[in-house]
Design a protein around this ligand. Sequence first.
Ligand code: G4P
Length: 290
Amino acid sequence: MTIQWFPGHMTRARRQIEAKLKLIDVTIELLDARIPMSSRNPMVDDILKGKPRLVLLNKADLADPAITAEWVKFFTDRGLKTLAIDANTGTGVKEILPKCKELMSAKIETQIRKGINPRAIRGLIVGIPNVGKSTLINQLAGRKIANTGDKPGVTKGQQWIKFGTDMDLLDTPGILWPKFDDQNVGMKLAATGAIKEEILHLDDIAFHTIRYMSEYYGERLKERYGIEELPEDSENPNEVIEVMEAIGRKRGAIISGGRVDLEKTSLLFLRELRSGKLGRVSLEVPEEYL
Ligand code: G4P
């Protein structure tokens, strides 16, 4: 599902989250481990209004583990408790409850001191579309609960999902919008499948991704597509197009006259990337954001 994020949608999505915030103790911000900053809503600090927050780097199974470890440190250094998880299989998910308890420990201790029996921690999952919110809710609930088609602007009754005896989660996640005004961010969102590729040109998305991979994952490209020469200067578009053409030839994406079909090459390449056939790849590193 693609949501066209017009200002009206953003305002409505924000209001919906604000209404949910009144009910909860802890927010769980879901990011894509391959592109944590590009999959982050730029106004998230403002929107979540200082509620205790756990950051989850989801789809860590698809991301470069060494880079994910750097990202965990990056967010932790900024005072945010952070975990890398895979909501599909549940890897890392067991750590969520203890981290939420840590976030609430001061409040829980005060309640105990006052003789109040602490109630279950109430949590809300937030994130941009496709980051895995519904998958995580289903994983935590141990059954299919969340409707992956949740749309901003559509309200329905709130229900709590019991997550053990110590935590309740709202069954509908808070939907944030991505920062798609920056072209580079848009390319990364499209490359990972967070936004539909029709919004941008397929060959632009593949071009940007191949340029990045030539620099950071050159050996993978060489190995998979039998490429001999990687671009000496990845800022030179012609050199990147030569790599795209080599990929196209390897995959038989040829049109009349023996020319490489760049559109088809792009589609095939992006499919292989997203399905993990190029290995675990991250498309941004913390150094870019220091
Ligand atoms: P949302 O509620 O935030 O919109 O996301 P949702 O859970 O629907 O997940 C979007 C896609 O991401 C789903 O794939 C889901 O299986 C996949 N996904 C979620 N978490 C993980 C994870 O940790 N690892 C991997 N590898 N995939 C994950 P889908 O149904 O096939 O949708 P699509 O890929 O066709 O968009």
